[in-house]
Each structure stands twice: as structure tokens, then as C-alpha cells.
Ligand binder design. Structure first.
Ligand code: NAD
Ligand code: 6OD
Length: 489
């Protein structure tokens, strides 16, 4: 028989599990049941976590040789794989995602994140060069990469373990100690990762977890803490702005991966079947709760009706249901609160004149799931770039389809946004694919695919979508402080 007890999740400080100032409930979005109780860290617990991280950093971790850090990261990856199903269960319990998706994406990528950054750091060279001045003096310059220090890692709920490890792996690879603040909606896998860190032999205090909310809670206490040396954050653009204000007085570096309102541009020469498969994935994956998801689909007029009809068919084929059911493709939204937000955009779209091609409301999935945060996959036409639902990030399984008549117009429409995270271009004319992709004002542009990742490539956004890039050497640059040594010869 499976263990039906509701876990009580603690903060992890210097390897110890500590209670908080209060406890809050984490609700399972599948049916509204209690998923876990969580110990909310007060200011004192955040203080203790930052001190524990500093102690670990100064106590030797910061000077651990690169090959030893890489060995430990690989061990963490191995241990995640050994406890794969524990992570799957924890992530599914918090998010309600289909278990198959969690296996294929979230937990698999957590192990890959650790291995990838172990490889990157182990193979990274150091810059050194000889200098000769006009007066004949010569010097040897080289740079020593040191850790940034104690890094605050603040992450969201949509890909909880994937996004946490995407930051923790390079931070640890560079010799930093971290205090992580997972989303209040997804506290489980960050806590479980603390066990794996200990099992892998990562010294106590290198990885600390504080639970809680943003303002007036652990998130704010961590971001404003004088003992941190930098903040790496993924989440909403407005939260990024609040954190930027919080760290400005102490002039700490930030790396921000923020919201998106991503466009797909579909040309009439696209391979229709492949495009519909890719588009459906980009609109509906994870119930539309991926920062890279497409919420604006610009389609060349000649094939507009075919694309609209094909995408509606794909939406109708999605199977909403319990995470463990093998035919489930689509889970709930993360919470009732988020469902209310998405529902408000479904209502707004109609007020703004949308024709609803499919969806538009809350599905009836029976009494069993009535307490869950379910929403119908939804597609609109008859909206333009001026409407709020085409300008604001909804973060749900929704998209507006808008026709265009020329390449120039498609580029203008796609770039007409305050965000700038990702775009996808669908065409069989590769020359046009390169040309249009390069003109997208975004951090990542895909051609004939979407969310295909090489972890060495730069990941991030422009405009409201973020500051900086992570991935491969880009991450190592953020999580390190180089000291240049110049020796006159
Ligand atoms: P959010 O900004 O509400 O919360 C993210 C984290 O910040 C949570 O841990 C939260 O508790 C914390 N937080 C909130 N206010 C804070 C404050 N004032 N100070 C410190 N911490 C604070 O985001 P969310 O709703 O959890 O996630 C969804 C958002 O994340 C979407 O906008 C999505 O596009 C974005 N996102 C972006 C990327 C990317 O790579 N660009 C990836 C995933 C998600
Ligand atoms: O795949 C990644 O590395 C990454 N950072 C994905 C972000 C997805 C946003 O929700």
C-alpha cells in the first residue's frame, strides 16, 4: 500500500531540517486535496540559511578544486536518477502535471542540468595573454575565477525542479553556496533535492532551502538580505522589477528570466502537418504554463483557415485528467488563484471581440476533479495586436490566431510586444527561416521547431523578458567573479 500521509515540508539550513514561523497548506490542483503542509521561513530562518551558506563557502567549498566540484555534481545527477520516481511523485503531487511529462521533461532535465554544468565547468579554460606596451614593458595577464559568493535562487512553480537545478547546478559548479526559495506552490522537489545533496556528499550548508511567499515572507527577506552576493531569479516580470528595486541599494548582480508573450510565425509554405504538431505543443505543453509557450500565432492568410481548423482539432484531442492516467496529455493549472486569472482573460477576450474557436471556460470533468484548477484549452480569432489578451501574458493553454499578408508585416506584428523571450518561425524556405528568425527581437528564435534545447546555448530574454543570459559559459560568467592578475615580466 502506498504511503498516504501528507508530508510536512521543512526548511533546510546547514543540513538541518528546521520549522518556520508558521505553517501553510499546499493544495493539489488536480482535485483540491491537501498535498503538503509547509514550514514558512521567517526572517530568522532566512538569516540562519544565509549564515550557513557563508560558513560553507568560507569553510572550504569556495576553494574546492573544479574537478572535485564536477565529480560531486555528477554524483548528484546519479542520485536524482536513483531516486527518479520519488522526484516524479513529489512534482506530480505539487503540480498535477501528467506523470509522463514529469518523467520525460522535469526530472530527466534535472539530472542533465547537473551533468551538463559539470562538463562545462570541468572543460572551461582560463583566459591568459601576454601584453606588450609601446614603451617595451611586457606583462602576463590571467584571470582567476572565484565564486560570486552566497547566491539567492528564487524560482517559480511551472517547471519547479528543472528551473531550480538549471540555476543551482552552475552556481555550485562555480563554487558558490546557495539559498533557494522555491515557489510556495511547489515546495516538494527543492526539499527532496536537499536529501540528494547530502547523499551525494555535497557539504552541509552549500545548498539551503527556505520556504514561503514573496512580499513580507521568505522571498523578500532573501532578496533584501545584506549577506547575499547575487540573485538569480525566474518568474514574472513584475516580480523581477520588485527584486531589482530590493537589491539596488546594495548593488548586487542579478540574472532574470522573466515572462513572455511569444509569437509563432507560420508561412504558407510551411509543412502543415509538422507545423500543427509543433504549434500544438508550443501552445498547450504543460497547460500553457511554460514561459516559452506560444500565445500569439501569426499565419499567412492563404493558409489561415487550414491552420485554425488543424489547431482546433489538436486542442479537441487533448485529454485532461488525472496525472497517472496513461492517456492524460494535459493537467490542471497550478492553483485556483491562477485559474481565476486565466478565466478572467478568457472573459476579457470575449469582451474584446474574440471569436472563440474552441474552449473558453472551465471543463466539467466530473465530481472527482471538481475541486481542481481546470481550464479548457482555448483558441481565439478576430483579435488584433491592440487587445490586452494579445499583449499580456496569460500563462495558460491559450492562443490568438492572427492573419498576415507579407513577411514584413509578420515581423512587425511579432515584434510588437513589450516582452522578448522566444519566437518560432515555420517555413520550408530555410533562407526565409534564417532571415526572419534573426529579425525577431527575442532571446531565442526557433525555426521549424520549438523548445529544442542545447544547454550550452544562451538562454534569456530582452525587454520585459529578462536581464542576462544563462546556459553553458553564460551561466559560468554570471556565477563567477574573475580577478585579473597582471604580472610585469
Ligand atoms: P512569480 O514571479 O509570482 O514568483 C516566482 C518566485 O518569486 C516565487 O518563488 C515567489 O514566491 C517569489 N516572489 C514573489 N514575489 C517576490 C518578491 N517581492 N521578492 C522575492 N521573491 C518573490 O512567478 P510565478 O507565478 O511563480 O511563475 C510564472 C511566471 O514565471 C510567468 O511570468 C513565466 O513567464 C515566468 N517564467 C519565466 C521563465 C524564463 O525562463 N524566462 C521560466 C519560467 C517561468
Ligand atoms: O529549458 C530550460 O533550460 C529553461 N530555462 C526553460 C524555461 C522554461 C520556462 O518556463
Amino acid at each position: 500500500m502506498s504511503d498516504q500521509r501528507v508530508p510536512d515540508l521543512h526548511n533546510v539550513v546547514g543540513g538541518e531540517h528546521v520549522t518556520g514561523r508558521a505553517s501553510f497548506d499546499k493544495i493539489n490542483p488536480v482535485d483540491g486535496s491537501l498535498a503538503a503542509t509547509v514550514q514558512e521561513a521567517g526572517r530568522d530562518t532566512v538569516d540562519a540559511a544565509v549564515s550557513a551558506a557563508r560558513k560553507a563557502l568560507d569553510g572550504g567549498w569556495g576553494d574546492t578544486p573544479v574537478n572535485e566540484r564536477a565529480r560531486l555534481l555528477r554524483r548528484v545527477a546519479d542520485r536524482i536518477e536513483e531516486r527518479f520516481e520519488d522526484f516524479v511523485a513529489a512534482e506530480v503531487r505539487d503540480t498535477g502535471k501528467p506523470a509522463a511529462l514529469v518523467r520525460q521533461l522535469d526530472v530527466a532535465r534535472a539530472a542533465i542540468n547537473f551533468r551538463s554544468f559539470a562538463d562545462t565547468v570541468a572543460s572551461a579554460g582560463l583566459d591568459s595573454f601576454l601584453t606588450e606596451l609601446p614603451d617595451g614593458r611586457r606583462a602576463l595577464n590571467y584571470a582567476v575565477n572565484k565564486p560570486l559568493g552566497v547566491v539567492a535562487v528564487i524560482v517559480p512553480w511551472n517547471l519547479p525542479l528543472l528551473l531550480l537545478t538549471w540555476k543551482v547546478a552552475p552556481a555550485l559548479a562555480c563554487g558558490n553556496a546557495v539559498v533557494v526559495k522555491p515557489s510556495e506552490e511547489t515546495p516538494s522537489t527543492a526539499t527532496l533535492l536537499a536529501e540528494v545533496m547530502a547523499e551525494a556528499g555535497v557539504p552541509s550548508g552549500v545548498y539551503n532551502v527556505v520556504h514561503g511567499f514573496g512580499p513580507g515572507s521568505a522571498g523578500e527577506y532573501l532578496a533584501t538580505h545584506p549577506g547575499i552576493d547575487g540573485v538569480t531569479f525566474t518568474g514574472e516580470s513584475s516580480t523581477g522589477s520588485a527584486i531589482m528595486h530590493a537589491v539596488a541599494p546594495s548593488v548586487r548582480p542579478v540574472s532574470f528570466e522573466l515572462g513572455g508573450k511569444n509569437a509563432a510565425v507560420v508561412f504558407a509554405d510551411a509543412d502543415l502537418d509538422a507545423t500543427l504538431d509543433g504549434l500544438a505543443r508550443s501552445v498547450f505543453l504543460n497547460t500553457g504554463q511554460v514561459c516559452l509557450c506560444t500565445e500569439r500565432v501569426y499565419v499567412e492568410r492563404a493558409i489561415f483557415d487550414d491552420v485554425a481548423a488543424g489547431l482546433v482539432e489538436k486542442a479537441r484531442a487533448l485529454k485532461l485528467g488525472r496525472p497517472e492516467a496513461p492517456d492524460t496529455t494535459t493537467g490542471p493549472l497550478i492553483s485556483g488563484q491562477h485559474r481565476n486569472k486565466v478565466q478572467s482573460y478568457l472573459d476579457l477576450a470575449v469582451q474584446e471581440g474574440a471569436d472563440v474557436l474552441v474552449g473558453g471556460g472551465v471543463p466539467d470533468l466530473g465530481d472527482d476533479l471538481a475541486g481542481g484548477a481546470w481550464i479548457e484549452p482555448t483558441l481565439w480569432t478576430s483579435l488584433d495586436n491592440a487587445s490586452r489578451v494579445v499583449r499580456e501574458e496569460v500563462f495558460g493553454p491559450v492562443a490568438a490566431l492572427i492573419p498576415f499578408d507579407s513577411e514584413e508585416e509578420a515581423v512587425r506584428l511579432a515584434n510588437d510586444t513589450d516582452y522578448g523571450l522566444a519566437a518560432a518561425v515555420w517555413t520550408q524556405n530555410l533562407e526565409r527561416g534564417h532571415r526572419v528568425a534573426q529579425r525577431m527581437r527575442v532571446g531565442m528564435a526557433w525555426v521549424n521547431t520549438w523548445y529544442l534545447r542545447d544547454l550550452r546555448s544562451p538562454f534569456g530574454g530582452v525587454g520585459l523578458s529578462g536581464i542576462g543570459r544563462e546556459g553553458g559559459m553564460h551561466s559560468l560568467h554570471f556565477y563567477s567573479e574573475p580577478t585579473n592578475v597582471c604580472v610585469q615580466l
